[in-house]
Design a protein around this ligand. Sequence first.
Ligand SMILES: [Zn+2]
Length: 214
Amino acid sequence: MVHEILPVGMLQCNCSIFGDEASGDALVVDPGDNLAKIEAVLARHGLHVKAIVITHAHIDHIGGAHKLHASTGAPVYMNFNDQGLYDHIDVQAQWLGVPTPQKTAIDVNAREGESVKLGAPERQIEFQVLDTPGHTPGSISVWIPAENKLVAGDTLFLDSIGRTDLPGGDSQQILRSIHDKLLPLDDAVVVIPGHGASTTIGRERRRNPFLQGM
Ligand SMILES: [Zn+2]
């Protein structure tokens, strides 16, 4: 499976592009900005986007969703608990001093139990939604068992966790999400955070200062 991680935009959000080589189906997580860069990667691998998944409605993760939806027609998945944040994306844009991006409709409520499958029926790769609220009310992570990878959005980082001081953040809730949904995963699972370097569940279990004594 193709997997490219592109840091996009002013805040260098990690946009993940997953592609099934056999079918050409792709899934894009968090197209925050730099659509030309994202589309160049899709073209280079001959991929067509089947789904756009947003881990949470912060502008650096969702800013390019409208453009990618308009150019591909792919449905946009986001947890409806972040709709309020998305409705006020103009406020987020003002904080950062950037233009307000055009908004897209959210087609599917990305909540636990929901998944996206890529590839031919007999050899499908499944992307499963995990509810991991706390950084925002509708924050999700994407668990890909066949790849042993977790796209964590801004819930878990190398040596850190997501900030909870922005509107809708909840410091107890993010720790509960990590404890209940992420730490049960195997130590070998590769974690792709919303910003910065990749890590593993095992490394964060042992070394992340926010997770000690859990
Ligand atoms: Zn965020």
